[in-house]
Design a protein around this ligand. Structure first.
Ligand SMILES: C[S@@+](CC[C@H](N)C(=O)[O-])C[C@H]1O[C@@H](n2cnc3c(N)ncnc32)[C@H](O)[C@@H]1O
Length: 375
């Protein structure tokens, strides 16, 4: 492949700006936050690998293979066929295709998928002088996304979404995506030397993401990325980047950490314990079974981050309101503490008893939620 390549760090609604800012911190070139879908940057395979290791709020890293306009299937076919696929894909590559169409002339994902596949096969046939592709080798998941008639063709360098860090193997009733939990911690304004408390921690996602930030632990440290199986990638550079990330965690892990979580449900705390251990953080996060009505944060004031049950997916609306009132009471008896609550309960602030100082909107899956920050 000719450098520099173009990459998309895809991110969910509300997290595009944070992802762009983190790409800049990583020193990526020509970072541009997109209106929807994430942020673009330029670089080689090693840059994309570093982004995969370190970005906390990004869903996937995609290698952009081509961008063009298409209003007909013929234009789509020619556009996909014009891409130099043979520079990336070996003859035995598996190349499944995902398609997404938004506000365009071409609105059938299954047809787009078929035409794009045919165009890729045509291209590879003449490049490799064969008309049979076993597709038994490394996987190159192709994404064809059409928005307002503009086609972006990319290859997924991540494989499993980056939210899958590898530590969460059991799910509680309504766990947060790891990328969203990281965004909540980053947005809260918490400094790693301050105490952090999650009074309804469930399976512990917010606590683990906070500890990763504080201890300089790359979120992707212990997982694999699809690009690691690509024959053309610089595997030695990848190993060196992972070793450097491991070293940073080893030296960061000596830092003081004051992170604690509790939950009324003993099973949730048991899951949180297992996840903390799997994240390599055994003994670094305090966990206990406790009703938040009995919680009394002690010591220096810090930040409380809560993802309470919010009616739509757990319990009922009345119970969600009750928890909002309990959180309001918790802040009242915790002078100096900032409280941040992530909830889909539209009556949250009324029940809490105060208007939030700041708010941000995110989606938890398909559920629209608000992140209320009470200074
Ligand atoms: C939406 S879940 C939290 C999920 C969590 N963020 C995670 O990633 O797994 C809400 C949690 O609030 C807990 N909860 C409900 N009422 C509570 C109370 N009064 N005190 C403490 N925890 C409570 C539930 O047991 C549940 O685990």
């Amino acid at each position: 492949m000719d450098a520099p390549m173009k990459w998309i760090a895809s991110a969910a609604f509300g997290m595009e700006g944070m992802t762009g800012r983190d790409l800049k911190h990583l020193g990526m070139q020509n970072v541009r936050v997109m209106d929807v879908g994430g942020a673009m940057f330029e670089g080689g395979f090693a840059d994309a690998f570093r982004a995969s290791l370190w970005l906390r709020t990004c869903d996937r890293i995609l290698l952009v293979m081509g961008q063009f306009e298409a209003r007909s299937y013929e234009e789509l076919f020619q556009g996909v066929k014009a891409i130099g696929w043979e520079k990336l894909l070996p003859a035995d590559a598996a190349f499944p295709i995902r398609a997404k169409c938004v506000k365009s002339q071409l609105m059938s994902p299954s047809d787009v998928q078929k035409i794009a596949k045919r165009a890729m096969v045509e291209r590879l046939k003449s490049a490799y002088g064969t008309d049979w592709f076993s597709e038994t080798g490394a996987v190159f998941q192709v994404d064809v996304s059409i928005r307002n008639d503009r086609v972006t063709v990319s290859v997924d360098a991540s494989g499993e979404p980056l939210s899958k860090r590898g530590y969460r193997t059991w799910n509680g009733e309504a766990p947060l995506r790891e990328t969203l939990a990281a965004a909540l911690v980053l947005q809260s304004g918490w400094h790693p030397w301050q105490p952090l408390v999650d009074p309804c921690c469930g399976t512990g996602t917010i606590l683990i993401e906070a500890a990763f930030i504080a201890l300089d632990r790359a979120p992707g440290l212990t997982r694999k990325f699809a690009m690691e199986s690509w024959p053309c990638a610089p595997h030695g550079e990848f190993e060196a980047l992972r070793a450097e990330a491991r070293k940073r965690f080893e030296s960061g892990s000596q830092r003081a950490l004051n992170v604690a979580g509790s939950d009324i449900d003993p099973e949730a705390i048991e899951l949180a314990r297992r996840h903390v251990k799997q994240a390599g953080l055994a003994g670094r996060i305090r966990l206990e079974v406790k009703d938040m009505r009995d919680l009394m944060p002690a010591g220096e004031p810090g930040v409380i981050i809560a993802n309470p049950p919010y009616g739509e997916r757990l319990d009922n609306v009345r119970a969600a309101h009750a928890v909002a009132r309990q959180l309001g009471a918790l802040q009242k008896r915790s002078p100096g503490w900032k409280l941040c609550a992530f909830s889909a309960d539209t009556g949250f602030e009324r029940e809490y008893g105060r208007r939030a100082t700041r708010r941000r909107r995110y989606y938890n899956g398909r559920i629209e939620c608000e992140y209320h920050i009470f200074e």
